[in-house]
Design a protein around this ligand. Structure first.
Ligand SMILES: [Zn+2]
Length: 325
């Protein structure tokens, strides 16, 4: 904004010079005609001549003083001549167009400032919540049923998936699908597009989510289809499963669940992997922001390790049934 005003001040200087010169020219014109005893000039004709003179003068002055609107505002890609002609037209009209521009910028300054402040204030309102874990656990969907059997030891691997269904699929529907496939229970946690987490398989039990590593791992599923390979008929290449990336709220909740598991079971971040890293699959899809998920999970883990509130929540969760074998 300050930069734009500095540019306008330079324009104002040039346009003031043009305005004064035109005023003098207009007076001389009238004086000469009157001296000759001729009638006053036709005002329409005079305006056209003065406007043309103003444009020529404005362009010449802008060229001499190195004043170019687009160039000074840092707007690239405008040819030199076009920039010069535009500047000439602007300042050639005298100070009025430049004044209107200044007024416009002044009026919008407050709005821009307010919007900037609001944007800056936004993270502060979320900050206190970041310190708390905010993930509940009461044994999942079947508190009395230990999944596909109890583990023999605590998990040392976290596998993340997509559901390969529409982004808006409900948790109930996901469970129904797994029942139809005879896999129920599969994931230890399902995160829906609204950012809610749904504990499914008991955390101390084996879920059928990643063949080969089920006995030692925890599975988390983000609802949606994030694979867009057109060669794969079950992919979301044409967008029929909704947006091809998880929602902001969904990604954030998934990162929280992963961070919590890392803390509960002491799992290092090198042991948090996409399904495709341990199986013959494209899950969770080529558009899945795996790195972003990992970065966020790491950030939460570090934040909670320092947070007193989070440590309290963690102690409570450690004492619950269905967490450790
Ligand atoms: Zn998967």
């Amino acid at each position: 904004m300050a930069e734009a005003l500095a540019v306008l001040i330079r324009l104002l200087v040039v346009s003031t010079i043009v305005e004064r010169v035109l005023e003098i020219a207009s007076q001389i014109w009238d004086y000469v005609l009157q001296a000759d005893g001729k009638p006053k000039a036709d005002p329409g004709r005079k305006r056209v001549i003065l406007q043309t003179a103003g444009f020529v003068l404005g362009t010449a002055l802008s060229l001499a003083m190195g004043v170019r609107v687009f160039g000074m505002l840092g707007i690239e890609g405008v040819p030199f001549l076009l920039d010069l002609v535009f500047t000439g037209i602007l300042v050639g009209g005298g100070t009025e167009p430049v004044h209107s521009l200044i007024k416009f910028l002044e009026e919008n300054k407050d709005r821009v400032k307010r919007e900037l402040n609001e944007a800056r204030a936004a993270p502060e309102t979320v900050m206190p919540e970041l310190e708390t874990i905010g993930i509940s656990y009461r044994g999942g969907l079947y508190p009395d049923r230990p999944g596909h059997g109890l583990r023999t030891g605590n998990p040392d691997l976290i596998v993340f998936h997509h559901s390969a269904t529409h982004l808006e699929t409900s948790f109930d529907r996901i469970v129904q699908i797994e029942r139809e496939r005879d896999l129920d229970p599969t994931y230890h946690c399902v995160v829906t597009a609204d950012g809610r987490h749904h504990n499914y398989c008991r955390w101390d039990s084996i879920g059928w989510h990643a063949k080969g590593v089920n006995t030692r791992s925890l599975g988390i599923c983000l609802v949606g289809n994030f694979h867009t390979d057109p060669a794969d008929p079950s992919s979301n290449a044409n967008g029929r499963f909704g947006p091809p990336q998880p929602t902001e709220a969904q990604l954030d909740t998934a990162a929280r669940v992963i961070a919590l598991w890392m803390l509960l079971y002491n799992i290092p971040d090198t042991q948090v992997v996409p399904h495709r890293a341990v199986g013959n699959t494209s899950c969770p899809g080529d558009r899945f922001p795996a790195q972003e998920l990992l970065d966020r999970a790491r950030k939460y883990r570090e934040m909670w390790a320092r947070s007193e509130v989070a440590q309290k929540e963690l102690a409570e969760l450690r004492g619950k049934e269905g967490v450790y074998v």
